[in-house]
Design a protein around this ligand. Structure first.
Ligand SMILES: [Ca+2]
Ligand SMILES: [Ca+2]
Ligand SMILES: [Ca+2]
Length: 148
């Protein structure tokens, strides 16, 4: 079973969370992603914790360490995260969609600032009570995964 990384999580968001909802293990995925980011294990993801995870994830997939995500780097990241199991036409759409989603200023380069902007906006979508942090319950709510 592939471990769901933060980047995959974001790509699920960009796909409208359809894959997460179609996956019977969706609840476990949301929970495992949540625990990865919640480094002090208090059941709450703060912006500070999210920033650390975002930067680590960005550096991990910046294979040539030039501070940018190229299309090739995003492609490899998505293929490794499970896109390789999709039919080729859908695969290309997913990769292009993820790349365009992160390339918020449309200059065909993804900077850490671009990635952070997208990921932080994504995190705050789950902040239903607008207190600037996200609980596991809020994360589940965003993904339509029912609490046990
Ligand atoms: Ca925390
Ligand atoms: Ca790079
Ligand atoms: Ca909240």
């Amino acid at each position: 079973m592939k471990r769901l990384c933060v980047a995959t999580f974001a790509s699920l968001l960009l796909l409208g969370t359809t894959l997460a909802q179609a996956n019977p293990r969706g609840a476990a995925h949301v929970e495992s992603m949540f625990r990865t980011i919640d480094t002090n294990r208090d059941g709450v993801i703060t912006i500070a914790e999210s920033d650390v995870a975002i930067e680590a994830e960005f550096r991990r997939h910046d294979l040539d360490k030039d501070g940018l995500w190229s299309y090739a780097e995003v492609r490899k990241q998505q293929l490794d995260a499970g896109a390789s199991q999709l039919p080729p036409d859908l695969q290309a759409k997913v990769i292009a969609g993820v790349f365009a989603g992160y390339d918020v200023d449309g200059d065909r380069r993804i900077t850490l600032a671009n990635y952070r902007q997208v990921q932080t906006a994504f995190l705050l979508q789950a902040d239903f009570d607008k207190d600037g942090q996200v609980t596991l319950r809020e994360a589940r709510q965003l993904h339509g995964v029912d609490a046990p």
